[in-house]
Each structure stands twice: as structure tokens, then as C-alpha cells.
Design a protein around this ligand. Structure first.
Ligand code: DAH
Length: 339
């Protein structure tokens, strides 16, 4: 039995010498020292030994077990150490290599001009209002004094979700929402997406953006509208830009105007950009219709107000000389990078 034990010792020592990974070590441990291992097997047969032999063999077996366990452990840490060294060597980073350049993004031109616009009106004391893209007939048309048979209601122009639910065709419904929930003085702009069933071409898109403006207080006049719009347009197009107001009709303003800016391309001479006109229309506006005010619980005998609606795409196309509205939504990096 003594011999068997020392045989196991030599075998295991030999095996450990050649072991190269942790799994092998574990296999060796199980095979020789485990519960069903060879050394354990020998100890189980000790019952056959004499009373004198038993403690001697027992002590020897325990000594060998302890020795081999230590051997396995130290081999294990040796292997782990060399594995770590290998890994560190493989993962070494050459800090002198040139780095990967990360591209810096930039703001979409619509976002850029809108931020500039917001900054200007916030400086004038306006607040920013936001509302739903999906509107009821009441807010989108009815409360804005757009009668049932008005051509703007035609399904040709509007995307209806249900009979009386529509994707807003303008940001003007925000005028109503704001007046219903706030008492004058009111000074807000409401930027947002609007939807019309137009076929996309260079100047039309079924989705575009408007910036609605609304001011209601005592003693507001057309001069306030004109002064505000002029200041706004100059902040975007520069101090020298020229603006003109033309009479127009909108159901929710009386009187109403359309506002043109002197063509940024030809300076008013007439060219292909302004279609020979010398002027480009960029917004509609006017004095809030008394019916609209009273519908929102504001007394038109006491208060008056002005409203306006810019087309954001138009504004940006003019500002950067962009000739196709579809470029804004195509996500062509070569286009977007330029701003
Ligand atoms: N909502 C109008 C449109 O989409 C633009 C507009 C005109 C807005 C006059 C206004 C306004 O606030 O007073 O064509």
C-alpha cells in the first residue's frame, strides 16, 4: 500500500510538470485526490490493515494528499500568472499610433434658424407654446372662424384621421389653445410640424414647419405687428433686409396681411428664385378677428391682438439660398454638413 501511495505521488508530480492549463489541473485533482479518486480509494481499503500499520499508512496518505494539493495549487497560480502575462502582452496598446477621428455633428438648418428665431422673440418677452400635431376640427378650423364650406377644409388639402380629427394643417390652432388657458397679456410663439396633402416638389412638402405668433393685450395695433415682424426678419436676414406688407385675407384675422421679403438672390431686380417678382412671400398675419377672441372668452371691446404664421422652411431656404424643400428631409450628409 505504501508503494501504491508513492506511485500516485510520482505519477501526479509527472503529470503536473506537463500540465499547461487550469482545466488539466482540475482533472488531475479529481482523478487522484477527489472523493472517488485513486488516493481516496486506497484509504478506503485501510480496514484490511493491522492495527500497527493503519496509523502509519494513514499518516503517509495524508501527507501525500497535502503535498499534492499544495503542488496543484502552486502550479495553478503559476499558470494563471503566465496566462495574465500573455494576455497583457496581446492587449498592449500602442499609444503612439494615430487615433481614430470622431466626426462632430452639427445642427439641422431648420433647428438652427428656429433656435435663432426663439432667441430673438424670447428677448422680446415671448414664451414658447407647444401643442398636438393631431387636432380636432374645432381647433384647426372652427374656432379659427373657418366655416364648414371653406376650401381649406377640403380633404384635398387636409389629412383626416377621422371625421372631425385632422393632422393640423397649420399651427394657428395653438392660438386658440393658448387663449383658452391664459388671460391677456399674452405673448407666445408656437413652432411645430404641419401637414397637408400636397405632392412633394421643389417648393411643396406634405410635412413642413410653421412658427405661429400671438400677442393679445390692451391697445395692440397693426403698428405692433409691423414692428415685431420687421425686427424678427432683420434678426434672421440682417439689418439691411427689406420687408413689405400686402393686404390679404385670412378668416381668423381682420385686417390680414401677407409679408414679403426683398429677394435675397437678386435684391429686388427680379430673378428665377423670386419668379421675376423681386419679392418672396414668407408669412401671413393680421389683427386677431374679434370673433376668434370672443370665442376664447376674451372681450374684443377691451383687448386686441395680432397673430402671424411663418413658414420655417421658406425662411431657411431664403436665409441659406436653398432651392429645394425636399433637401431638408432627405438626410443627405453632404447637404447637412454645410450649415
Ligand atoms: N395659418 C396660416 C396658413 O397656414 C398662416 C397665418 C396667417 C397664420 C395669418 C396667422 C395669421 O397667425 O394671423 O396659411
Amino acid at each position: 500500500m505504501k508503494e501504491q501511495i508513492s506511485q500516485i505521488k510520482t505519477t501526479v508530480e509527472e503529470l503536473l510538470k506537463n500540465a499547461t492549463d487550469i482545466e488539466q489541473l482540475e482533472d488531475i485533482r479529481i482523478k487522484y485526490l477527489g472523493k472517488k479518486g485513486e488516493l481516496t480509494g486506497i484509504l478506503k481499503g485501510m480496514g484490511k490493515l493491522t492495527a500497527e500499520e493503519r496509523p502509519i499508512i494513514g499518516a503517509l496518505a495524508n501527507e501525500v494528499r497535502e503535498f499534492l494539493t499544495n503542488e496543484i495549487d502552486s502550479k495553478k497560480s503559476e499558470i494563471s500568472k503566465s496566462m495574465l502575462t500573455e494576455r497583457l502582452k496581446a492587449e498592449k496598446i500602442d499609444i503612439t499610433m494615430p487615433g481614430k477621428k470622431s466626426e462632430l455633428g452639427n445642427l439641422h438648418p431648420l433647428t438652427k434658424v428656429l433656435s435663432q428665431f426663439k432667441e430673438t422673440v424670447i428677448g422680446m418677452g415671448f414664451n414658447i407654446a407647444e401643442g398636438p400635431d393631431v387636432e380636432t376640427d374645432y381647433y384647426n378650423f372652427e374656432a379659427l372662424n373657418i366655416p364648414k364650406n371653406h376650401p381649406a377644409r377640403d380633404t384635398q388639402d387636409s389629412f383626416y384621421v377621422e371625421d372631425s380629427i385632422v393632422l393640423r394643417t397649420q399651427t394657428s390652432p395653438m392660438q386658440i389653445r393658448v387663449m383658452e388657458n391664459n388671460k391677456p397679456p399674452i405673448r407666445i410663439i408656437a413652432p411645430g410640424r404641419v401637414y397637408r396633402s400636397d405632392t412633394a416638389d421643389a417648393t411643396h412638402s406634405p410635412i413642413f414647419h410653421q412658427i405661429e405668433g400671438l400677442v393679445v393685450d390692451k391697445g395692440i395695433t397693426m403698428a405692433d405687428l409691423k414692428g415685431t415682424l420687421e425686427a424678427l426678419i432683420k434678426s434672421i436676414y440682417g439689418e439691411n433686409s427689406k420687408v413689405r406688407f400686402r393686404p390679404h385675407h385670412f378668416p381668423f384675422t381682420e385686417p390680414s396681411v401677407e409679408t414679403d421679403i426683398c429677394c435675397f438672390n437678386c435684391g429686388g431686380e427680379g430673378c428665377s428664385v423670386c419668379k421675376g417678382e423681386g419679392w418672396i412671400e414668407i408669412l401671413g398675419g393680421g389683427m386677431v378677428h374679434p370673433k376668434v377672441l370672443s370665442g376664447c372668452g376674451i372681450d374684443p371691446e377691451v383687448y386686441s391682438g395680432f397673430a402671424f404664421g411663418f413658414g420655417l422652411e421658406r425662411l431657411v431656404m431664403g436665409r441659406y439660398d436653398i432651392n429645394d424643400i425636399r433637401l431638408f428631409s432627405e438626410n443627405d450628409i453632404r447637404f447637412l454638413k454645410q450649415f
